[in-house]
Design a binder for this molecule. Sequence first.
Ligand code: G3I
Length: 339
Amino acid sequence: MPSLRERFADAFEIGVALGGKLSKDYTPAELELISTQFSNITPENCMKPALIHPEENRYDFATPDDLVAFARQYWLNVTGHCLVWHQQCPDWIFADQGKPAPRDLVLQRTRQHIRQVLSWYRGALQGIDVVNEAIDDGPGYIRKSKWTQCIGDDYVEMAFRFAAEFGEGIRLYYNDYSIEMPEKREKAIRLVRDLKAKGLRVDGIGIQGHWMLDKVPFTELDKAIPEFAALGCKVMITELDLDMVRRETSGANPTAAESARDDPYVNGCPDAVLARQAQQYGELFHLFERHQRHITRVAFWGLHDGRSWLNSWPRKRTNHALLFDRQCRPKPAVAAVVA
Ligand code: G3I
């Protein structure tokens, strides 16, 4: 059986999000899985503002540098994640001597942050999520956050402006969850259209793809991909997983929490459920292939079931959301995807 990256070599890249330091936190079996199956890696956490820029005058490039070095060694591309987000963002950006910082100061700090990260990784990043999750989950347009409080809704525009200023040779993306669904899709289209009308560069739109078993929005995806492409953007599935343990919360809002409940698959996932997962992953990749002229990357949010964020969000569970099991063995979904 070909590896995933071989199977889709002519269609799109196969990506994976990785946390921690590759040189220290991964087993030889995991490193082999990364280098054989995937063609693109995304840092799961270490490039987010709070981690890479914890204090105004201090950047922490060690962990992302380690990931970039691994990628170089194995000829993998790297997609940065993310320059501006309302989560995992350090408080210092928004404060000035104990008071909320004025717009100009926050803009100046944002520009400096984007300048430093993009300059440091020039030549190392193929693309980067410039703004992550700016669209409101409810009826509003732009999500209210410290960014909108300090700068205004145009923080998105300003972030893309700064990214274009310093990001020569790096593709610039807007990334969000549930934007394949009609309510958020309409707002995502409005946002990207507005940015482009202002002459800003938006090279790609990332549909995160945190979906649930038996609830994959195939029909909406089928519409969303060409609609995003019609804006003159490439489309990417950026954080794919298929949640196997029932949760109430849709989307991927990290602050959502559910109280502890049963953990049905703590001793393993039954074959019949894995077969359903295989069928749905297979159908998804069939859909992606049909739209392959628009799609540049399909990336999984984690290397294998043991490393998925869905084991701890929105409550502690034993999940089985990805293509490889905790021993790095291919699950039935791998064969279905390849087929
Ligand atoms: O590193 C600390 C560790 O020292 C500490 O002991 C432990 C105790 O809770 O926390 C560890 O940090 C956690 C970090 O992941 C690293 O594992 C944070 O608590 C936890 O909040 C953080 O979660 C990350 C989440 O973003 C935060 O918003 C997930 O790993 C990461 O997968 C997730 O990724 C996001 C994307 O960036 C954007 N789209 C949604 C996606 C899922 O929320």
